[in-house]
Write a protein that binds this ligand. Structure first.
Ligand SMILES: C[S@@+](CC[C@H](N)C(=O)[O-])C[C@H]1O[C@@H](n2cnc3c(N)ncnc32)[C@H](O)[C@@H]1O
Length: 251
């Protein structure tokens, strides 16, 4: 078998960086192909696995190669406190598009329309994974597979389908766009095949997305508060979907 550094260099160009123990744990749980994983302390990483991730402990044991601290620091932009990093193969766009378009859909797709903040996008992917949403689609220039988004998503990109698409390419299903001027969400049951769309942090929903929306919904908010944060809006909306009968796969 080739040494971990050679394998890292072979895959670094196209692969997704999994930064830290938890990102690697989640990616493995949800079926990511991980060609290389390194750690500064194998014993500590495996002890963490015993404690928190018995289901992937043996996989980690076979995968993790110990490297010196300087080598690890040269591979990752911001060393993680757990001293673990890995590269995963990005799922193909075709596979993700198939998942997003599959009908009948049993859980909504979340659309972030021209998001700006990489941390918000990561937080939304983590929410989508937790609620068992079908996927997260972004429009605009932000790359939803950017390393900072993957870090924010704690490796949970592999638990859902994440792609960037044009508004004209959105998956089928009724579009419920979230906007403070819409109808009160509390009076609406969101269907499992809903496409739930959220506007950008700076300017809200684009004209193109508004034109595609079938319903405009608002989250309850006291007067004089202009809006909620993007990721918290997604959290409330997915929670509303689950609390009104959705989320068959979530306990
Ligand atoms: C930070 S807000 C956008 C604020 C932006 N300045 C605007 O003019 O809309 C980001 C997105 O979160 C959602 N959002 C925030 N507060 C909401 C509310 N009270 N009701 C429905 N959606 C909300 C909307 O989709 C909004 O476009």
């Amino acid at each position: 078998m080739t040494d971990p550094l050679t394998r890292w260099r072979e895959h670094a160009e196209d692969a997704v960086l999994l930064d830290g123990f938890h990102a690697l744990k989640h990616a493995l749980r949800f079926g990511a192909e991980v060609p290389v994983a390194v750690t500064t302390d194998r014993q500590a990483a495996l002890a963490l696995a015993e404690e928190l991730a018995g289901d992937v402990r043996d996989t980690l044991d076979a995968l993790l190669a110990q490297v010196p601290g300087e080598t690890y620091a040269s591979l990752v932009p911001r060393p993680h406190p757990t001293g673990v990093a890995a590269l995963a193969v990005r799922p193909s766009r075709e596979a993700n598009l198939r998942r997003l378009a599959h009908t009948p859909r049993t859980a909504p797709v979340v659309v972030l329309d021209h998001p700006r903040n990489l941390g918000n996008a990561g937080a939304v992917i983590r929410l989508a994974a937790g609620f068992g949403a079908t996927g997260v689609v972004t429009t605009g220039t932000l790359d939803p597979w950017h390393p900072t988004v993957v870090r924010g998503g704690a490796g949970l990109h592999f638990a859902t389908a994440v792609e960037r698409l044009g508004v004209e390419e959105l998956p089928p299903g009724p579009v419920f766009a979230l906007d403070p001027e819409g109808d009160d969400i509390r009076g609406v049951k969101l269907p499992d095949d809903a496409v739930l769309a959220f506007g950008s942090e700076r300017s809200g929903l684009s004209a193109q997305l508004r034109a595609r929306a079938d319903h405009l919904l608002r989250l309850p908010m006291r007067p004089q508060v202009s809006s909620y944060n993007l990721a918290t809006s997604v959290a409330m909306t997915l929670y509303h979907w689950s609390a009104t009968g959705g989320a068959p796969a979530v306990s």
